[in-house]
Design a protein around this ligand. Structure first.
Ligand code: PLP
Length: 390
């Protein structure tokens, strides 16, 4: 049966990671990685996670299954974190949450829910969007279309072109939005743009599907949830995929949630069909942190430290680039949010940076700002200057 299957070409990012690991040069810089890195270049276990995990191990009395919807206490804690304690959608029980294995699991559950309700739905995603959106959403049979989003000329959002395109969509079209820290561009909607988009979504009767993978890593835990909170307050139907991978540093524990209004039983049915039961460990840790005032405060401090490190690096790298590459304006990097930016150089230049200067980024020039370190900012800016000079 399987001899007719062709092997799949490995993801280029895996090749990039292997090339970085094999590079013996001590100056090497990894900007291709998709995870947070601290000043030592590590992706540490957060202290709050360590403490919650020890407490969990000491008190856990069974490894018996959780239900298909996951841990109800975790689901409630995530609703509170995303929407805030007093959000109307929570107080009136309009929001329903199912635990998912990471944001990816939540995106897939959401896609399956859309397909169940409306099998011919088109999902409209930003140009560009995170590469994994395509396999996750189209894997459940949904077709993807693109709307204009990133403006390479300004490093911001082409909001007029975006809204003009969305204005033409038929009722019930699905629009995938990034809550904050847009991956891969770092270009986010302002609160005023979220409000304008809300009016459009209402008028055109579109279904927003919001991917929230970086709450707390952009402007703040509250500010990064602005769009989600607004849409959930004002619209009858919103789908939301939440990830705890970045803000809790729980990547491999596969922790996330899918939330939607009044579709709980369908989401549970879908979860049962794909996963049977979600993994428990990461969700139990997140609940342990959010339910304990001291741990929660400690965690908030750690999220703030990650956020401030990224935003500090954004400003410092712009300073270094201004000094070493004055002919080119990189100031957009400081106005963007979250871990990622498009550096805006061409593929030949990306490859030259890699070959001559041991600076690794994906061919489309997406850089993970957290991959930089204070001590190599100048090296990075000088290397860029040499490559730009040709
Ligand atoms: C835009 C976006 N959505 C969702 C995710 C989901 O991540 P995970 O499944 O690891 O929680 C990521 C992770 O990189 C992401 O960048």
């Amino acid at each position: 049966m399987f001899e007719r299957l062709e092997s799949v070409i490995p993801d280029p990012i895996l090749g990039l990671m292997a090339a970085f690991r094999a590079d013996p040069d001590p100056r090497k810089v990894d900007l291709g990685v998709g995870v947070y890195r601290d000043d030592r270049g590590e992706t540490p276990v957060l202290e709050a996670v360590r403490r919650a995990e020890s407490a969990l191990l000491a008190r856990q009395s069974t490894k018996s299954y959780v239900g298909s919807a996951g841990n109800p206490a975790f689901n409630e804690a995530i609703e509170r974190l995303v929407l805030g304690d007093e959000h109307e959608a929570r107080l009136t029980a309009r929001v329903r949450t199912v635990q998912a294995p990471g944001g990816c699991g939540a995106l897939r559950l959401g896609a399956e829910l859309i397909r169940t309700a409306s099998p011919d739905s088109l999902v409209h995603v930003s140009t560009p969007t995170w590469a994994n959106h395509s396999p996750l959403l189209s894997g459940s049979g949904l077709r993807l279309e693109r709307y204009p989003y990133f403006d390479p000329a300004t490093g911001g959002v082409q909001f007029d072109a975006m809204t003009a395109a969305l204005e033409r969509l038929p009722a019930r079209a699905v629009v995938l939005l990034h809550a904050s820290c847009h991956n891969p561009t770092g270009a986010d909607l302002s609160p005023a743009q979220w409000r304008e988009l809300l009016a459009l979504v209402k008028r055109r009767q579109l279904l927003p599907f919001i991917d929230m993978a970086y709450q707390g890593l952009g402007t703040g835990l509250e500010a990064d949830a602005f769009g989600v909170r607004l849409f959930c307050a004002e619209l009858p139907e919103v789908l939301c995929a939440v990830s705890c991978s970045k803000n809790f540093g729980l990547y491999r524990e596969r922790t996330g949630a899918a939330g939607a209004d009044a579709t709980f039983s369908q989401l549970v049915r879908i979860a049962r069909g794909i996963l049977s039961m979600p993994p428990d460990h990461g969700a139990a840790i997140v609940h342990g942190i959010l339910a304990d005032a001291a741990l929660r405060t400690a965690w908030q401090g750690e999220v703030a430290a990650m956020r401030q490190r990224i935003s500090g690096l954004r400003h410092e790298v712009v300073k270094q680039l201004r000094e070493h590459c004055p002919q080119r304006d990189f100031s957009f990097i400081a106005t963007q949010c979250g871990m990622f930016s498009f550096f805006g150089i061409d593929t030949a230049q990306v490859r030259e940076l890699r070959a001559r200067h041991h600076v690794y980024m994906t061919d489309d020039s997406r850089i993970n700002i957290a991959g930089l370190r204070r001590e190599n900012l100048e090296y990075f800016a000088r290397a860029t200057a040499q490559v730009l000079a040709g």
